[in-house]
Design a protein. Structure first.
Length: 165
């Protein structure tokens, strides 16, 4: 298993470490000080104590007997290496995205807006009227019986002042 992130959450002298692996697994290692502490990219071996789910619904695993795996080439842990080690980079080949093929469209006829409104006008009208009527009703100065008149007034105000924008 390879370490992605490691956090030292030691408190009041009680060792407590949180380790995220590159596969997304969250590990907790408690009660034993790690010196030196493993680093991102180190391979580790451990024994699973149990796997639980947090109150937030995230799975985590409690572990013991943590050890940094020995690098077979140099017989030492990766955190002791003097030169940085990098994983080989994947090789990518780029292929151009498919290009659209132009086609004649002789059947398209744009529809004229109905009632002088297009979709944008209708959406703007709905938003405007909803805002005016909603705020008016929330003020407490109007009753349910006033909604129809408030709506008519809001539509008239929109048509007179905002429709041309």
């Amino acid at each position: 298993m390879i370490i992605d992130k490691i956090f030292d959450n030691t408190k009041d002298g009680v060792p407590n470490y949180s380790i995220d692996l590159i596969d997304g697994t969250r590990l907790y290692y408690r009660g034993v000080s790690m010196n030196p502490m493993p680093q991102k990219g180190d391979a580790i071996n451990y024994t699973v104590i149990n796997t639980k789910t947090s109150a937030n619904g995230n799975q985590y695993t409690n572990i013991k007997d943590l050890e940094v795996a020995v690098n077979p080439n140099e017989q030492q842990a990766s955190y002791q290496q003097s030169e940085p080690q990098y994983a080989p980079q994947p090789q990518y080949t780029t292929t151009p995205p498919p290009q659209p093929v132009p086609q004649a469209n002789n059947t398209f006829t744009p529809k004229p807006p109905s009632n002088g409104f297009n979709k944008g006008d209708t959406q703007s009208l709905f938003i405007f009227v909803t805002g005016i009527v909603g705020r008016s009703m929330q003020s407490g100065h109007f009753s349910i019986d006033d909604i129809e008149q408030l709506t008519k007034n809001a539509v008239r105000a929109f048509n007179e002042n905002l429709k041309e924008l």
